[in-house]
Design a binder for this molecule. Structure first.
Ligand SMILES: [Zn+2]
Length: 81
């Protein structure tokens, strides 16, 4: 079984996904907050640092989210900055 290092808390885990099972609830919550923010604010997007302040999600986590499957479109929007 291959172990993956959780990018949120740094512990190793064996389950599927981007983060460990302890962090997945928080990760999913922040990801939906981020998606909702982008939907509500349209394509007039601000730098990630400003979104971090508005959503309370760290810039590091926002950058991780942009590499998630299904968020390629978001990544393109932010590559402008
Ligand atoms: Zn974790």
């Amino acid at each position: 079984m291959e172990l993956t290092k959780c990018s949120r808390c740094g512990s190793f885990y064996a389950n599927e996904g981007y983060v460990c099972s302890k962090c997945s609830a928080k990760d999913n919550f922040e990801l939906s907050t981020f998606k909702k923010y982008v939907e509500e604010n349209g394509v007039e997007l601000k730098p990630l640092s400003e979104i971090a302040v508005s959503t309370g999600i760290s810039e590091k986590n926002l950058n991780r989210f942009l590499n998630y499957d299904g968020l390629e479109g978001y990544k393109k929007l932010f590559n402008k900055f």
